[in-house]
Ligand binder design. Structure first.
Ligand SMILES: [Zn+2]
Length: 234
């Protein structure tokens, strides 16, 4: 869809288009957890999984602006079919949608969990947030479902750390609220599996700007496009 043209014709203003996760990476780099860092990657883990890349202090967008689709890297070649056409994409195994789906599936198959009574709406009311809450309260099924998602996110982090050698991996999106429940396994896996020189150089942290990271990033991106280049000080 030619979104830029449609918006320019409707509102009569110059319009710039940026992927939401790339915008979030830019926002975190300029105003959030990544200030002062030159090499950063960001995972947004929510209903889906997105990604953004800051390389040498600049947003890396690739040939057609599609770089950083971390959610669609293959982490299980024979895994579930993704909407993108591939199988075993990270998004299918570690997103909030995947967490809720896995919990519901296991309960439907007969496993017991406090999630059913916690939800207030039976099995249909189970969300990733609720799985997080149940895990914090010690629910075994919820803990296992989250651990599986964190494991696959960790595999994704290992791959990205090996490719980009970042100083920082920032995790944002709705699932970032789980904090160390989600990040600690990733830190462990990067320490154990990533290329040692890279794993020693990287910090894995949560996003500082929450859901506003993309808004800050989009504003920075637009200013830089208007000025005709990237401006580190904006
Ligand atoms: Zn995919």
């Amino acid at each position: 869809m030619p979104l830029k043209t449609i918006l320019e014709e409707k509102f009569k203003v110059n319009t710039y288009i940026i992927n939401d996760a790339s915008a979030a990476a830019l926002g975190e780099h300029r105003r959030g957890s990544g200030r002062g860092v030159n090499h950063l990657v960001l995972f947004t883990v929510g209903t889906g999984i997105g990604g953004g890349i800051i390389a040498d202090g600049r947003l890396y967008l690739g040939a057609v602006g599609a770089a950083g689709e971390f959610g669609h890297m293959t982490v299980d070649a024979d895994g579930p079919r993704c909407g993108c056409g591939n199988t075993g994409c990270l998004e299918m195994l570690a997103s909030g949608t995947a967490v809720a789906r896995d919990a519901i599936k296991r309960i439907e198959e007969g496993e017991k969990s406090s999630l059913v009574s916690l939800s207030g709406n039976g099995i249909d009311g189970i969300t990733a947030e609720l799985v997080g809450e149940a895990a914090r309260r010690g629910d075994a099924l919820a803990s296992e479902v989250l651990a599986r998602a964190a494991y696959y996110l960790g595999i994704g982090m290992v791959n990205v750390v090996n490719i980009f050698n970042p100083e920082m991996v920032v995790v944002g999106g709705g699932m970032a609220g789980l904090g160390d429940l989600l990040l600690a396994p990733g830190r462990r896996m990067v320490a154990e599996r990533a290329f040692p020189v890279s794993s020693r150089a990287v910090r894995i942290v949560t996003a500082a700007l929450g859901n506003e990271a993309g808004v800050y990033g989009a504003a920075v991106f637009t200013r830089e496009q208007i000025k005709g280049g990237q401006d580190e000080s904006t």
